[in-house]
Design a protein around this ligand. Structure first.
Ligand code: F6P
Length: 326
């Protein structure tokens, strides 16, 4: 077993529901092993600015049900620089911290890998992002809650879409990934789903929607992943306008509502399991790995692997969307 007396924990990148449950599990598992825990505020920014707070069992009381992150979060430009990481490492050493647990997405894990490579410091990552776009885990913390948020919103949109015989383009998050759009599309009975992983053929999409209208479907919901710089739903709607049909089209952008809210039971469970697994991994002398869950089992995925590989979309799910509209 590794000699670990003091660890630090931070959350970084876009927040996701369940991050608090993960912090709670890290803190309580560490305390149960007589390891001290320091919380770092605002992710890698706080690491550079030495924004550290002591944590005990009470500091994580009553947070399992809270969205957001009590440690706050940021996207740190400074940590992307060699100088920023040098300051960060010195702060860890000055505070006698033996190892670090980071909760976040792809950017967070890249930062963690740099710290391991440059300073051989022990870091374990926990996948926390609503996008579910990390290789090496079936689900990331926050994805399930975000799906439920989208589903509830789209159910409401469907009421008004039906009443007015309208076609709604609902934009959901996912800059590079269509996991939210695809999974919630099935859960909401969407008529079509547009995702960045699959090039959209506008003629085919138009034919499909026209077909539904001809079958006397008077309203439709099309879920669109935001894409590179958001605005994806507006682009699709504008492209369809050119066909000159008399569809009554509206766009709703769900935006940051998808990042908030009380975590679902599944996200609380996943975060609790992964938080404990992260501390166990450190005690097992692991470094430079992300803990994940595949088929209900805890797995250790090297940072190099999860960063290099892209989690792929299951394209059969797109076909399922079509089948369910037969
Ligand atoms: O990575 C999570 C995510 O919510 C993406 O889906 C989205 O594109 C991005 O963060 C938005 O980031 P920000 O809140 O910094 O604008």
């Amino acid at each position: 077993m590794a000699q670990i007396k003091r660890i630090a924990v931070l959350t970084s990148g876009g927040d996701s529901p369940g991050m608090n449950a993960a912090i709670r599990a890290v803190v309580r598992k560490a305390l149960s092993e007589n390891i001290e825990v320091v919380g770092i505020l605002r992710g890698y920014e706080g690491l550079i600015k030495k924004d550290f707070i002591p944590m005990n069992s009470k500091s994580v009381a009553n947070i399992i049900q809270m969205g957001g992150t009590i440690l706050k979060t940021a996207r740190s430009e400074a940590f992307k620089t060699v100088e920023g990481r040098r300051i960060a490492y010195n702060n860890l050493i000055e505070e006698n911290i033996d190892a670090l647990v980071v909760v976040g997405g792809d950017g967070t894990l890249k930062g963690a890998r740099a710290l391991v490579e440059e300073y051989n410091f022990s870091v374990v990552g926990i996948p926390g992002t609503i996008d579910n776009d990390l290789y090496g885990t079936d689900m990331t913390i926050g994805f399930d809650t975000a799906l439920n948020t989208v589903m509830e919103a789209v159910d409401k949109i469907r009421d008004t879409a039906m009443s007015h015989d309208r076609m709604f383009f609902v934009e959901v998050m996912g800059r590079d990934a269509g996991f939210i759009a695809l999974r919630s599309g099935i859960a909401c009975g969407a008529e079509a789903v547009v995702i960045p992983e699959v090039e959209t053929n506008m003629n085919e999409l138009h034919e499909k929607l026209l077909g539904y209208m001809n079958k006397k479907k008077t309203s439709s919901i099309i879920l669109v992943a935001e894409g590179d710089d958001a605005g994806g739903a507006f682009r699709i709607k504008d492209a369809l306008l050119k066909y000159g049909d008399d569809f009554d089209m509206k766009v709703t952008v769900l935006g940051h509502i998808q990042r908030g809210g009380s975590p679902s039971a599944y996200d609380r469970y996943l975060a609790s399991r992964l938080g404990i697994a992260a501390v166990e991994a450190l005690l097992d002398d692991q470094r430079s790995i992300m803990v994940g869950m595949i088929h209900k089992d805890i797995v250790h995925v090297p940072f190099n692997k999860t960063i290099k590989h892209h989690k792929t979309i299951d394209e059969t799910l797109l076909r399922i969307v079509d089948i369910l509209n037969t």
